[in-house]
Structure formats: C-alpha cells, structure tokens
Design a protein around this ligand. Structure first.
Ligand code: CU
Length: 511
C-alpha cells in the first residue's frame, strides 16, 4: 500500500449549470443535468444538459459541451434514474411545481412531482419520452432489477391529497409499461437509499433526503427488505442512530472470498433536530444470522451530505458535506468569489476520507479545495479517478467548478493495460482478457457506473470475478446470478500486484 495521499486537481472546464444529476455513460462521457436547477423561475425554461468528455490519455482536462433539451417535456430537476440493460439512462419523475407555486401546500410538503419518464441514449445523446407513471414523483429512487425492470419508489406526487402516497411502481421495457409493485406499498422517505441484494430482495438502507420529511422523521422510517417472490416488506430493527437524513449508504464490494455476501454501510447524515454525525453502521445479510446494523468505526468528521465512491481497490472514498446543527436550513450566506466559484464555508468538510473495507479503518487523504454541499455529486471514472462536481448551499448559489482526485494507487507504478476483451458478455460466459504483457494480475472486477444525485447512488456496485492468469491472458467468467450482476454496462477493472488499476473498458452483461 502506497503511503501517497493522492492528489486533487481543479480542472479547467466548468459546468454552465448546476449538475444536480450526473451519470457516467458507457461511452466514457459524463452526463450532467438539472432541468430548472433549483430556480423556480426556470420551471419551464430549463438549463441545457451538458456532457463532460474526459481525456483518458491524461494530456488535457477534457471538454464540456451543452446538448439539446429536445424530447424533454417537463422539468427533470429532482428526477430518479437508473440504467436500462442496453445502457440507456432511464429517468422517472421530476418537478411539476416548485414550493410556493402550488395552490395548497401546508401541511403537505411543498414540492409537486412530475409523472413523466424518459430515456437518454448515450450514443445519439437524445432524450425520448416514455409512458407516464401513475403518480408524479419528486425525489424518487429507481433501481435496475436482475430481470432488467426498473423498480421505482417514493416521491412527492402531482396532486393532493396523495402528496405522500405509498404506491411504488415498476417499469417493464419489454412491453413499455408501468405496473404497481404487487405487495410493494410502503410509505417511504424521499430518495430512499435502496440496494438490490444478490438474493433478489431490495433493501431500503435507512438514509434519505431532505428536511421536508417531518413529521415522519420524528419516529423514523423503518429499514426493510422487499421480496418480489413473497411480495412483501420485512421490517428490520432500526439502526442505532436514525438521524441519517442526507447521509448515504453503499453496498460494499461483493467478493468471492466472502461468497458474495451482501453488506451495506450507512454513513453519516443528520436531522433538523440533530447535529450532523460521523458515525457509521454496517449490516450483513449472512443467512442464518439476525440482520441488524452494528456500529462500525466513525469517520473523523461529522458529515451532513455524504458522497461515497467505491474504488477499484475495494475501498470507499468519502467526500463532501458539512458539520453542525440543522445543517440544511442554516443561514448560509452565498458568497461568491467569481460567478461560478463559491467561497469556502467554515462548516464545510474538505477532508477526503477512505474506508478500508478489509480492516474497517478510516484514514485521511489529501483534502479537496472546493466545498461540496447540497446538490453535489461524486463518481468514479473508468481511469480510476474520482470526479466531484456541483454544490448549491442556497438557491442562488451555484458551484460550477470540477475537481478530480487521483487516488494513491495511481502513484504506485505503471498501470496494467487491457489490449482486448469481448464487449458483450452473457451470464455464465467464460471469456478471456488479452493483457498487453504478462504483468501479474491481482484481481478482476466489474464496477457498475454511477448515476447519482442527492447522496443517492443505488446502482454503484463492485463484483469480483475470476482471475486465472496464463502469461498475458486472463481467463474469467460472468457469474450466473442476475441479481448479483444486474444486466447492463460495467467497467472491467484489473489490478496488478502494486494495486494499480487499468483504464477500464466497458463491457455489456446481457441475458
Ligand atoms: Cu434537492
């Protein structure tokens, strides 16, 4: 393990608008969009989506360009998203009306959800409208299932009195239609942190978004698993600390030595009634044992807003957030140093922290330079670097700078290089990775690209696969279980014995 602390770089290109939603596409480019971008006056006058094109040769900072809003017929601010098996980004929900624009708001939460759904095609860079959902959804969570359907949960609806409604829906691309999830009714918080477990159950992991969940947050949202076979929810014990608003969760790397045991870590968060926390808890889905959260080591910083990223070395990088009490509604002065650069807030956390999933210890890496508070994002790029963007501490305050982190493993020597690999692979298919040379390979893994917003990243997952090396060839195999590796595009990472990852090619896993 290198003692290097990694390195942040504020890159030259900046976004034009607030990147509320970001997605790494299988073209290696990053889509960023935010519709009206948290500006009520822009409800029908959306910012154009943008594409960041990294330069994977490393010689430049890459480029940013705007793309067209063509095909979009509603405000995508606060939509939910997930990848379809063919790599298109699927979008459901958004903003129908802003707070203050509705006829009746109190005692209901103020935003009104949109019922639209769309796809975004990374190859043509175009949006296409799909059938509406039954309900509008503002802050819904979408998750791609093993069969390629997209389960969609929660969100504020379009009309009262169903502003909080318990019906959850699932989209089936085969017949281009929405169905209610049978037995799936459940009153859930906004942007519930959901994870698909290898046994096919969906887990609501106990963290969520916004100060607008009062009064439900008083007694806590029950963490639970949903079984599509039994068609019912099973409630689990509350975590020790339930004030996990604006915290985050990660499905920890699924590795062969643990027989792909599912474990989820719950990181940080806070509440309108509580101080931001640095505590973390972990739950394991080992069969035959009671499933409950057990406190694990704390971070060094309290964090309200948590942006966690799974790295190819199986560790979890955490950036962003702020400490203090009542963190969302603080009287945050929007002090701009330039129109697109916001002055550091003394409660913002710049420390980069790393959770070692083996030892369960936290350590600190080089701190970043730009605050990442509300409406920020962090994602892993195929070159093993981490991109952070956004931040919107007040409605008028928009951070447009991008910072990119090179983790310590990029300072540990040369990368292994993949010369060739099949681009479409089936479940249970054995395949070969042609390496550039015979450098010894430590491990091979699939990492699903992130599409993320609001500290929510349900699709982020790491699955180790076989590594049998013979000279410059690696033999590997795609697992059989579609709930372990839901269909779609993955980054294929190999690491050498110094722990350095390759620049990952995208492979598509299909039925
Ligand atoms: Cu928001």
């Amino acid at each position: 393990m290198s003692s290097h602390l990694g390195q942040w770089k504020t890159i030259g290109p900046k976004f034009n608008a607030l990147p509320v939603h970001t997605a790494l596409l299988h073209t290696g480019k990053v889509l960023a969009f935010g519709g009206s971008g948290n500006e009520p006056g822009r409800l029908n006058n959306w910012y154009e989506p943008e594409i960041y094109e990294p330069d994977y040769t490393g010689s430049t900072d890459g480029t940013i360009r705007k793309i067209s809003n063509d095909g979009i017929e509603g405000d995508l601010f606060c939509v939910g998203h997930a990848y379809l098996p063919d790599g298109k980004l699927f979008l459901a929900g958004g903003t129908y009306l802003y707070d203050g624009l509705g006829i009746v708001t109190a005692p209901f939460p103020p935003f009104w959800g949109l019922d639209h759904t769309y796809t975004f095609d990374p190859d043509t860079e175009k949006f296409t409208r799909l059938p509406n959902m039954r309900y509008g959804r503002w802050y819904p969570t979408c998750v791609t299932m093993g069969d390629g359907k997209i389960a969609t949960f929660a969100g504020l609806s379009k009309w009262p009195p169903w502003v909080w409604q318990p019906v959850n829906e699932i989209y089936d691309e085969q017949n281009n239609s929405w169905q209610k999830i049978e037995g799936g009714n459940n009153l859930m918080p906004l942007y519930p942190r959901m994870h698909l477990l290898p046994n096919g159950d969906l887990f609501y992991a106990g963290s969520y978004n916004t100060h607008m969940t009062f009064p439900f947050s008083r007694w806590g949202f029950k963490i639970a698993t949903f079984s599509f076979v039994e068609k019912k929810w099973k409630h689990l014990e509350h975590p020790k600390d339930m004030h996990r608003q604006e915290g985050s969760t990660v499905l920890l790397p699924l590795v062969k030595s643990k027989n792909y045991l599912a474990e989820v870590i719950l990181i940080g968060g806070g509440d309108m009634n509580a101080h931001a926390t640095r505590t973390c808890e972990k739950i394991s889905f080992k069969s035959g044992t009671k499933q409950k959260y057990i406190p694990t080591k704390s971070m060094d910083n309290d964090r309200y807003y948590v942006y966690p990223v799974i790295l190819p070395d199986r560790n979890i990088l955490v950036v962003g957030g702020k400490s203090g009490h009542n963190s969302h509604s603080i009287k945050h002065k929007c002090e701009e140093i330039a129109p697109e650069e916001i002055k550091h807030n003394d409660k913002a956390i710049l420390d980069t922290e790393l959770y070692n999933t083996e030892t369960e210890e936290w350590s600190k890496l080089e701190p970043m330079k730009v605050d990442r508070l509300y409406h920020a994002n962090a994602i892993l790029l195929p070159d093993g670097k981490v991109m952070t963007m956004g931040s919107n501490p007040t409605r008028k305050c928009v951070e447009k700078r991008i910072e990119i982190f090179s983790p310590p493993y990029l300072f540990a020597g040369d990368r292994p290089v993949i010369d060739d690999v099949k681009s479409v692979l089936k479940y249970e298919e054995s395949f070969e990775i042609q390496m550039h040379d015979g450098t010894e390979i430590l491990d091979t893994a699939l990492i699903r690209p992130s599409n993320t917003t609001h500290c929510l990243n349900p699709e982020q997952r790491y699955i180790e696969i076989d590594t049998v090396q013979n000279g410059d060839k690696i033999s590997s195999k795609i697992p059989k279980n579609e709930n372990l590796v839901p269909p779609g595009y993955y980054m294929l990472f190999v690491r050498n014995h110094s722990g350095v990852p390759c620049i990952a090619p995208f492979v598509r896993i299909t039925h």
